[in-house]
Design a protein around this ligand. Structure first.
Ligand SMILES: CCCCCCC/C=C/C(=O)SCCNC(=O)CCNC(=O)[C@H](O)C(C)(C)COP(=O)(O)OP(=O)(O)OC[C@H]1O[C@@H](n2cnc3c(N)ncnc32)[C@H](O)[C@@H]1OP(=O)(O)O
Length: 716
């Protein structure tokens, strides 16, 4: 709702009340409409201030309402009515003015903010555009170029930047509401025409068409297949070329298309998934709200390879003191040179001051004795990690949390060699660790709630999306990746080319197809893991069935030929020398595949784009169902957040489990059955999938409840 009060000196104060972010729910909109009417009718009122309760102006339209029928007064006429008021109206912005919240402020005649406020039009990230007049008013206020940037990226800006851009009239370090009240009193009675943004022309650069074309091609490239950024550019083209009323008509048309698109639903689901995963729970009953996290101020990182360096930077950026340990002198020297530069670059990118002197480098493991938390990031080798954990357990003071950055090794085994297994968890970062948002926090049966809570809290401080997952080979992300990669290799055996497979996946929305991705990360990473698992290497027969399953030796043979990917200049593609980035099809690979097929008596067939997507994606999704069934992930949102934030799953497709829901569980089951083969267990439909289909395919939001019920009745 919104409350109305009249302050001394003829100022009406309208306060939005809808905790926690004062979103514009039907009740709030009704409250605003009523309060504006009162202010208009009251002859003693000469000016109006709109603010939000509890130091938050407004977080925008109420996203939860988008799923149902729109009730209450519509936003657009409400906002028009505010702009039309013939008494000066000021928005007093504290905390946030986002989306519809900023659009409300743009309808006010003046905007005054606290210096810590954050403003933005992030609708594009929810699959929408600023559809309450924002796409037409903002460019009229700050010019087309700046509006294109803010609206197509959805980025939040500080009050200082908003002031510079011209979004705000004044910024204060003290009380923004008091200042706004004082301000509107001082301008009461002055003409308002020039303050009504809808009446102003849109300032445009002379080459407006070329600017719009450039931005359009940039957004198309950046967000492959996403509708909202394209619609945002179209709405801004209308702002630049049409009178306001026609621009609004265009905004309404574009919004209607977006609003009913699957992409908007997917992006809104992704918004809430990100918040759901923060409310973690473990099978033991420990939860985010009944477990206490320790506040870490001193940490250590062991191993300064690529991952370790990124983790050091991520920790240092939060202001934590880091002891960075590397026992190999050459690697240590390089890290001591490179890490401070990485820190400075990343701080600059985030517009932060570089935290001074928080990192100390050492080659001695004894130097970690005083820290509160250690993250081990040594080579992915179990015997080495066991050695490190044993050592850490004796060196660190009692109570120190010991974390491993392993990407899939057994956390319980590591915990077992320490004196306090309850204080051991996995913290699986993704490269580059200081940039990538995902953090898998891996708990074992002995991990204490405090250890999980601390790792999750630390992830949050580092700006990560932490997802608590159970311990199993590959955890969630890499476990699901395995059948996906496997199907991609089988497709090559059957007649596809790396480019064909990659194009299908990139068309779907992945920034990179599976083979380009393998070339980037290095083919030897998987080779090493397969060797450790006894799947390849000296003495292993070169057949297409290993350990009782269909197996493709293609990637092993690529490595044996020295084709390790971008770093060697050759992999599934060829590059302009080692480290090259532009992938070109390589005739060598085509001959290699033909020879391989001939050797194994395989006849290449033509494979459709649909089959590529079904085989790769449904195999991955099926493993997702197995993961839910095994309680390694608490719900589909956890899996989806992992894939969106760590594996390049297109956000506008919500995540693999959301996608399964959209495609239809019955169809996924039917296609898995069709592609299924006795020696490819990954394609055998999971019991959970079968049970969901048998239960009438409930929507993804109901799966958690369904799984819990099935578990109680021992059906899973
Ligand atoms: C044809 C129809 C025409 C309609 C025109 C519509 C045009 C306008 C569209 C919009 O305004 S879309 C919404 C735009 N706003 C946003 O995208 C902001 C989203 N929120 C945030 O970015 C953050 O929540 C925050 C405001 C920066 C606060 O961050 P903080 O970390 O402090 O808290 P959170 O954990 O993120 O959120 C707390 C709590 O609040 C819920 N929530 C936040 N924003 C909204 C919202 N706009 N609507 C509904 N609920 C919201 C969030 O889900 C959390 O709730 P719980 O998950 O804890 O229950």
């Amino acid at each position: 709702m919104a409350t109305y009060s009249r302050l001394p000196g003829s100022v009406a104060l309208i306060t939005l009340h809808n905790p926690p972010v004062n979103a514009l729910s039907a009740a709030v909109r009704q409250g605003i409409v009523d309060a504006v009417q009162r202010a208009l009718k009251d002859p003693k009122v000469t000016s109006v201030v709109i603010c939000g309760q509890n130091g938050k102006f407004c977080g925008g339209a109420d996203i939860r309402e988008f799923a149902g029928p729109m009730l209450g007064p519509p936003l657009v006429p409400m906002i028009h009515a505010i702009e039309a008021v013939d008494k000066p109206v000021a928005a007093a912005i504290e905390g946030v003015a986002l989306g519809g919240g900023l659009e409300l402020a743009l309808a006010c005649h003046y905007r005054i903010a606290h210096s810590k406020a954050v403003l933005g039009l992030p609708e594009v990230t929810l699959g929408l555009l600023p559809g309450a007049g924002g796409s037409q008013r903002l460019p009229r206020l700050i010019g087309l170029t700046a509006a294109l940037d803010l609206i197509t990226t959805g980025r939040h800006v500080s009050a200082a930047e908003a002031l510079k851009l011209g979004v705000l009239d004044q910024v204060t370090d003290s009380n923004a509401v008091d200042l706004a009240v004082e301000f509107v009193r001082s301008v009461a009675g002055q003409p308002l025409d020039s303050r009504r943004l809808s009446t102003l022309p849109c300032p445009c650069p002379p080459d407006v068409d070329s600017l719009l074309d450039k931005v359009m091609s940039k957004v198309r490239q950046r967000s492959r297949g996403a509708l909202a950024p394209v619609a945002c550019v179209r709405a801004l083209r209308a702002a630049a070329s049409l009178p306001y009323a026609q621009g609004m008509e265009k905004e309404r048309e574009l919004m209607a298309t977006l609003f009913n698109s699957g992409q908007a639903r997917a992006l809104q689901y992704a918004f809430f998934s990100q918040r759901v995963v923060g409310k973690w729970s473990l099978p033991s009953g420990a939860r985010w709200d009944n477990s206490t996290a320790r506040i870490i101020s001193k940490a250590a990182v062991i191993g300064l390879g690529t991952m370790g360096r990124g983790i050091v930077v991520a920790l240092a950026l939060t202001g934590i003191s880091v002891v960075a340990v590397e026992t190999q002198e050459k690697q240590l020297a390089e890290a001591s040179r490179v890490v401070p530069a990485m820190l400075q670059r990343e701080a600059g990118r985030r517009r932060l001051a570089t935290p001074p002197g928080v990192i100390s480098f050492s080659s001695n493991l004894q130097d970690v004795s005083e820290v509160e938390l250690v993250i081990e990031a040594v080579f992915e080798d179990m015997s080495l990690k066991l050695q490190v954990f044993k050592h850490l357990s004796s060196v660190c003071r009692p109570g120190t949390l010991l974390c491993s950055n392993t990407s899939g090794l057994d956390i319980d085994q590591l915990a077992a060699v320490t004196q306090s297994p309850g204080l051991v968890v996995g913290m699986h970062f993704f490269a580059p660790a200081h940039v990538m948002k995902l953090l898998e926090v891996v708990y074992g049966p002995r991990s204490s709630p405090e250890a999980v809570a601390t790792a999750m809290q630390l992830g949050k401080r580092m700006g990560k999306v932490g997802v608590a997952v159970g311990n199993c080979p590959g955890f969630v992300g890499n476990r699901m990746l395995k059948p996906y990669l496997e199907q991609a290799n089988f497709l090559l055996e059957e007649g596809a080319t790396p480019r064909q497979v990659d194009e299908a996946l990139e068309e779907f929305g992945f920034p990179m197809g599976v083979f380009r991705m393998s070339d980037l990360s290095g083919l030897d990473v998987g080779w090493r893991i397969r060797k450790e698992a006894g799947l390849t290497g000296p003495g292993v027969e070169s057949t297409r069935t290993r350990q009782g399953r269909r197996y493709s030796p293609l990637p092993d043979q690529m490595c044996e030929a020295g084709r390790l990917g971008q770093k060697t200049g050759k992999g599934w593609y060829q590059y302009d020398g080692p480290g090259g980035r532009v992938a070109r099809s390589d005739p060598w690979v085509h001959i290699f595949l033909e020879t391989y097929r001939a050797e194994h008596g395989l006849v290449a067939r033509s494979i459709t784009l649909e089959e590529i997507l079904e085989r790769c994606l449904y195999a991955l999704i099926n493993e997702g169902f197995n993961i839910l069934q095994d309680a390694v992930a608490a719900g589909p949102e956890d899996i989806d957040a992992i894939y969106v934030f760590g594996y390049g799953w297109p956000r506008h497709r919500g995540g693999p489990m959301f996608h399964a829901d959209q495609v239809g569980l019955g169809r996924i089951l039917q296609r898995l059955n069709q592609h299924s083969h006795p020696d490819v267990p990954h394609l055998k439909p999971s019991t959970l999938l079968r049970r969901l289909v048998a239960a009438g395919s409930p929507p993804v939001q109901k799966w958690r409840e369904f799984i819990n019920k099935e578990r109680v009745h021992s059906q899973l």
